[in-house]
Design a protein around this ligand. Structure first.
Ligand code: FAD
Length: 465
């Protein structure tokens, strides 16, 4: 008889959520985690610590730059970086400890150590203390992802850092080069720029946040430029050398000229790769795709019966909420229930200021798919609440089908974008139209009225512009 109904490998948002759902459904479940704390990338070195630093640095910038316009005299504002980091660490500790509590409450066996497959029904878990074999009827691989590294840019997590090092710098660097204009690089770049670092972003493509709507991306870049972040688009960093006091980088310009520059810190942020190595997957016949993600079907089944994969280690957007949805759906399918995830409606948010939030199709995608659409936009400049909170930058953009009016995509750049997108996600999930949002009563004064007005403007009938 197998030791468990389900063993989940990895305790990130995919794995721990799957384990809890399995326990709720009465399964005997274990979760194996190689790190000393639960919560995975998201809680330890990802979503949560980055948002804690974004919030603290935003407060610092807000008080330093905007207190006066509110009639507040805030003289002698000083940064206590150690305290700021302590706050972040406390939040991380509280949340990761909370997962331990949830495991106990749900009677989930937490097994410490690194797992690898012996065969399709057995794993070996190795820790510094012991090695043990465990069997299960089903395995869920939820081992997540790690930062992509390249040999010519050697990471030491001190001077050349990944996001992990950038979350724990001991002093505010004078200068930072961010390699990669994706959301992680821009969030971490924003943190340090607000705290006083001169930040330069190098991006190989001719735009930042490449999966997002082009119009939003160009407005986003302008907003960050206004804050002092410099961009080198269509540039490539070929190599980096660590010196005693700086990092020397060689950057290739679009004209193929070599630029030699020096920065105190270099942040390598060119994407993440699935953690599919070290699990012995080849031996047991679990197939990977060309990006080394574990191949799965619509029911999260790998090429081996009884082995499933979810989250960052499986194909799709590397986002915590995608991993969580998959964790729940995978367990419910194992339990014999019917469930599915709508991959066309997964929101993505960049938590900078302004925030950028997006769901569904971009204008570029609709053009490529030759889908006829209407656009409704509304600027926060014309929104009463945004004026009262001095957050007038940005706009809401809704894309709706030309004939049916159903919402195909929505893109928001603005202070509350990450919260505001939820209404549009819900409407899309119910197959709703721009007219549906336009007819809903939105409280006044709130920035959600900008969403309503953008929906109205799909048919050119916004009231306040
Ligand atoms: P992970 O969270 O990576 O967890 C996998 C776990 O498996 C890890 O704990 C690992 O130690 C463990 N593991 C790996 N191999 C083994 C093994 N062999 N045996 C035992 N255990 C193993 N996403 C968002 O949605 N919103 C955000 O704001 C956001 N911000 C981010 C900011 C940063 C700086 C980073 C780096 C990421 C961010 N992400 C964000 C992405 C998010 O963290 C990931 O999408 C999410 O954590 C994926 O969850 P997961 O469960 O698939 O994997």
């Amino acid at each position: 008889m197998a030791d468990f109904d389900v063993i989940v490998v990895g305790a990130g948002p995919g794995g721990y959520v799957a384990a809890i759902r399995a326990a709720q459904l009465g399964m005997k479940v274990a979760c194996v985690e190689k790190e000393s704390t639960l919560g995975g990338t998201c809680l330890n070195i990802g979503c949560i610590p980055s948002k804690a630093l974004l919030n603290s640095s935003e407060k610092f910038m807000d008080i330093s730059k905007h207190a006066e316009e509110h009639g507040i005299k805030a003289t002698k504002i000083e940064l206590d970086l150690a305290k700021l980091m302590q706050r972040k660490d406390k939040i991380v500790k509280q949340l990761t400890g909370g997962i331990g509590f949830l495991f106990k409450k749900n009677k989930i066996e937490h097994i410490r150590g690194s797992a690898s497959f012996i065969d399709s029904k057995t794993i070996l878990v190795k820790s510094s203390k012991e090695e043990k074999k465990l069997s299960a009827k089903n395995f869920i691989i939820a081992t997540g992802s790690s930062s992509i590294e390249i040999p010519s840019i050697p990471i030491d997590e001190k001077q050349i850092v990944t996001s992990t090092g950038a979350l724990s710098l001991q002093s505010v660097p004078k200068s930072m080069l961010v390699i990669g204009g994706g959301y992680i690089g821009l969030e971490m770049g924003s943190v340090w720029s607000r705290l006083g670092t001169k930040v330069t972003v190098v991006e190989a493509l001719d735009r930042i946040v490449p999966t997002m709507d082009g119009e939003i991306a160009s407005n986003f870049m302008k907003a960050l430029q206004k804050q002092g972040i410099e961009f080198k688009l269509s540039h490539k960093v070929n190599n980096a050398k660590i010196n005693k006091d700086n990092v020397e980088v060689s950057i290739e310009s679009p004209e193929k000229k070599e630029l030699k520059e020096k920065y105190e810190i270099v942040l390598m942020s060119v994407g993440r790769k699935p953690n599919s190595e070290g699990l012995n997957l080849e031996k047991i016949g679990v197939n990977l795709d060309e990006k080394k993600a574990i191949k799965i079907n619509q029911e999260f089944k790998t090429s081996v019966d009884g082995i499933y994969a979810i989250g960052d280690v499986a194909p799709g957007p590397m986002l915590a909420h995608k991993a969580e949805e998959e964790g729940v759906a995978c367990i419910e399918l194992i339990h014999g229930q019917k469930t599915h995830i709508n991959y066309d409606i997964i929101p993505a948010i960049v938590y900078t200021n302004p925030e950028v939030a997006s769901v569904g199709k971009t204008e570029e995608q609709l053009k490529e798919l030759k889908i006829e659409y209407k656009v409704g936009k509304f600027p926060f400049m014309a929104n009463g609440r945004a004026l009262t909170t001095s957050t007038t930058e940005g706009f809401v953009k809704i894309l709706a089908d030309k004939k049916t009016d159903s919402i195909l995509g929505a893109h928001i750049i603005g202070h509350d974008a990450g919260q505001l997108i939820a209404e549009i996600v819900t409407t899309m999930e119910f197959g709703g139209s721009a007219e549906d949002i336009a007819r809903i009563c939105h409280a006044h004064p709130t920035t959600s009225e900008a969403v309503k007005e953008a929906a109205m403007n799909v048919d050119g009938r916004a009231i306040h512009i």
